[in-house]
Design a protein around this ligand. Sequence first.
Ligand SMILES: [Zn+2]
Length: 304
Amino acid sequence: MGEIWIKEAERLGDGSIGGAMDSPGAPGRVVWHTTESGHGNTYFKNIGDYLIRAGAEPHILYDPNTDRLGQYGPLNQSARALKNDGGTRTNRTGRVCIQVEVLARASNPFTGYWKPGPNFKALMRAIRSWGVPDTWPAGALAKVYADKNASRNRTTWATKGGHYGHSNIPGNDHWDPGNIDRAALLKAAPRESTPAAPKASTPKPATKPTVDLSNLIAAARRDPGLKQGGTTHPADVKVVEAALKAEGLLGASYAKDGSFGSLTRAAYSAWQRRCGYSGSAADGIPGKASLEKLGVKRGFKVKA
Ligand SMILES: [Zn+2]
């Protein structure tokens, strides 16, 4: 499995543009396009929005001057920048069919003036992660509109992985990306220099401990009468001790014993006073309201 979302790319649109590939057994490929527009952030925004309105999203929008990189949809699903070739859904051909719209014009090949940077390398890293070879199986790109020298061979498209221009796609008539320097494009991100994919951080779902109020009350009534350190429901008490310690109400050396002894009761009493209780309502025997308040603040749930 290759990279589905490029970590370095900003997300564009709602993240959903296509669907499953029709021929996932065929090798992965990339199709290069140009937006036939200027570049820079205003075009990035306006063309970026236009492609959504038009329902013609590629996977990637790239500014060749600023190295800005945006991504509309997951690389392992189809994009929408190609026309079908009769019954063949060109957007869904191959293991992946990664489509890149470059903010440029076909008539002024962007490899003549671009400034590829780290984001271009990240894009190429993601492309290669799908096994897309550094080749141009259809050969030359169109130099002008309707250039007959640019191949749109169906068999090549159906069977060969690698890089294509929109001018190489059967059933399509656009001539973008123009006569870009195919070798220079690949050389701008040499394989050996391609940075490793940043590790995806998978935050663990926070599992909050649960404290049973009746267990806690039983411990608060019983433990002070036991010999030092005696416990009744240590698992529940430990959670509350840690919370009282975090509140600065209980010393660290008493905060892990699981015993709701006299010091823990005194600490809990201080917590109750902090909550606004006094007298017998702040006797150090936990009540539902004060315990829930402590739980919200210190990350545990209360079973009452
Ligand atoms: Zn195109």
